[in-house]
Design a protein around this ligand. Sequence first.
Ligand code: ADE
Length: 333
Amino acid sequence: ATPAVATATSTTAANPAAPPAPNPAPARRTPMDYIFGKVIGEGSFSTVYVAKDIHTHKQYAIKVCEKKHIIREKKTEHMKREKEALNILSNAGVPFFVKLYCTFQDTDRLYFVLSYAKFGELLPYINRVGSFDLACTRFYAGEILVALEHLKRLKIIHRDLKPENVLLDENMHILIADFGSAKLNYNVNTARTTTRTSVNREDQDSGSERARRNSFVGTAQYVSPELLTDKTATHSSDLWALGCIIYQMIAGLPPFRSRSEYIIFQKILKLEYEFPQGFCSSARDLVEKLLVIESTKRLGATDSNNYTSVRSHPFFDGVDFDNLHLATPPPIY
Ligand code: ADE
C-alpha cells in the first residue's frame, strides 16, 4: 500500500466522493496586506516600519529597501545573506532572534516582514540608566551568550553585534537583529571578510583585493582585532563584541572610545582600555577573558558544545541558561 494512493482516495465527511481539497500555496503577500505605521529604524540601506497585518491584526516590523539603492551601493550580497541568515534562524525556531515571517517585493522595493521588537534597542536603556545593576547585566549577557551559542551551532557569524542590534520584545527578552554583515556557513574556522563601518560598508564579494584590504566589517567600537589585522572573522569575533557589551552595560560606555575611528582601531589593537572604579571584579575577570587579542585564546573560543566555559565563569553563577527565555527579566533601573 502506498501512502500516495491512500491520500488520493481520502474523502471528506461532507462529501464522501469528493477528491481531497488541494492545499493551495498561500497567496503571495503585498504591501497592501499591511497598514504601515511609523518609522522605527533607519539604516543606510533600509527603513523599518511598524506595520499591522490587515488580516490577523498582528504587528510586525517591516524592513523596506529601495532596489535602486541596493544595486547602486552594491549591497545585493548583504541582502541575500541577511535573508538567508534570518531564514536559517527562523526555521531553527530558536529564541533571541528577530524572526523573518515572509519577504516580497514590488517594482522598486524589497520587503522583509520581521518580528516587532516592541521595546526597541538595548542601547537607550544602557544610556538612560548609565549603568545596569549586576542582575540586569548578568541576565542580558546570559541571553546574548545563549544567542551566540545558537549562531555557532548554525554556523553563522553575526559580525556586527552591538547594543543597537540587540532589540527587546514585549516581554523584555532580547531579539538580535541586523544580519546584513553576517557570514554564513563558512568553511573551516576562518571566514575571509570584507567589512566596513556601519556608515561606509561596501559589498563583500564584489570588490578587488584592494577593496578587500581597504574595507572592514562591523562597527568600530565592537570590531575585533582579527578583523582589523587580517580581515578574518571567527565565532570568537562575536565573543569579543560580547565582552565589549558586558563592559558597556556596567560602565555605561564601550571600552574602546574616541571620536576618531582610527584611534578606536589603534586602541583595540593595543588592548588599550580601563575599568572604572567600582567595576564588579567577577565581571572584570570575564571581560578580561573575552577581550583577548588572540582570538583562539578568548574564553569559549575552543568550546565544542555551547559556550560551556563562558557559562561556567563565576560572573554567571546561578544563571539557568537553558530557561532564560522563560524567565522574567529583572527590571532595568
Ligand atoms: N528596528 C529595527 N528592526 C526592528 C524590529 N524588528 N522591531 C523593532 N524595531 C526595529
